[in-house]
Design a binder for this molecule. Sequence first.
Ligand code: HEC
Ligand SMILES: [Cu+2]
Length: 301
Amino acid sequence: MAWRVDAIFLALAAFSLFFTLAICFLVIFFAIKYRRGSKADRTGVSGSSALMEFIWIFVPFVIVLGLFIWAAVVFYQQYRAPADAFEVYVLGRQWMWELKHPEGKKEINELHVPLGQPVRLTMTSQDVIHSFYVPAFRIKQDVLPGRYTSLWFKPEQVGRYHLFCAEYCGTKHSGMIGSVVVMDPVDYQRWLQEGEVAESLAASGARLFRQLGCSGCHSVESSVRAPLLDGVFGHPVPLETGEIVTADERYLRDSILLPKSQVVAGYKPVMPTFEGRVGEDELLKLIAYMKSLARNERVER
Ligand code: HEC
Ligand SMILES: [Cu+2]
């Protein structure tokens, strides 16, 4: 993506430079030509020309619309992760970045990724607004409390790149820095195996799902009638209001914290809120678990 962002930046800079120089030149040229006492012709143009007007409306229109379309296409690419991207969860907090790999490995202020593999970041904050910024990749996105935002990138060169928080977030904001380390896939696999073997996020989530009593309602054996969560993520869900929404991370999050806000069609709003009982960390695990169920067939209950 980097060169595409650069190309737009340079094109805009070139346009600005061209018009700045052209206008400067004309200001100076006319100031000299029409200086007091010069013999320049001062009669002026009479009447108007439809052709002239058409040109000065149409040409800038095409230029500006062209710039808009160009930038919109790049913007679209930058915010649509490819389907095969692997997912890393990012939790921002005063004043550090906590990054979690799907395999369960957790990092602070460092993100190790394999070369050539698209990475999608699902990000949230535990306290105030932060901003995830990797200048070398030309990516930056606010990280908000109570919301998920995402970013993606595809590392194309091995190396270590700066990671900044780009939103003033308190006293030690300037210390909220780290790096993204792009590794050869073989080295990455070795790195993943280093240290204690962690439980995968989805497996931690499955454990929480039982501990918090979710499975008491959301399982085939339960006496409460609640939807089974197989095949829910990424699919449309009909709501009691007649609306149909897509079950994304945000939907799952709201289902847990604000269950009354979006009630699934055909079910009673009996799910209790888990607001205050589960932290961001646990939410990410539960969501990773529910996402892992997305591969299963949807079962009606
Ligand atoms: C008292 C029973 C009960 C418990 C406990 C419970 N739920 Fe629910 N849940 C329901 C019911 C009933 C619905 C459907 C009505 C609604 O949307 O509120 C539901 C809906 C959902 C949905 C939306 C499902 C869909 O098909 O779109 C998700 C996701 C969900 N619950 C997750 C959880 C998680 C995670 C937990 C544990 C932290 C949990 N639930 C605990 C009863 C329960
Ligand atoms: Cu910050």
